[in-house]
Write a protein that binds this ligand. Sequence first.
Ligand code: ZN
Length: 180
Amino acid sequence: MDRKIQHDLACAADIIRNSRSAVALTGAGISTPSGIPDFRSTDSGLWETYDPFEVASLSAFRYRPEKFYEWMRPLARGMQEALPNAAHVGLAQLEIAGYLKAIITQNIDNLHQRAGAKNVLEVHGTMQTLTCAQCFHQYSAEAFYGPYLEQGVSPRCPDCTAVLTPDVILFGQQLPGNAS
Ligand code: ZN
């Protein structure tokens, strides 16, 4: 390994070892080696077919939730098939060993948790749960995955049949006060 990298790593290890409340902040970059496209990369195609503000904003979702789900489908499928990479595993191990108090992430791919991390604060929400905008029931997303990913069926509330909203932050929405 390059001497400069070795030196930088040793410095980083010292800082983490000597800190009392280190946290990790992660964004899209940690998951691109797992095959999750960065929303802002121009070559990923995610932003090329659709304008995100037209499909992934709160107002667009309210008017045309099916279009949002259609846009989200390849991404959701990619997230389900992706595996945590060495960086997710490394951070999870640091957290379990007590060196990190928490992992704060902008990602909605669940890869920190799947790598074994316990205290993950998802500031952009999660794809693991869905909420009914009409009756406010919250559901685990798991039961809806199959029909959605395989046949493109938008998840609907089993109680009132309204289209369910994923518990992620959409464009035009505020970040949560308490990410948990
Ligand atoms: Zn409902």
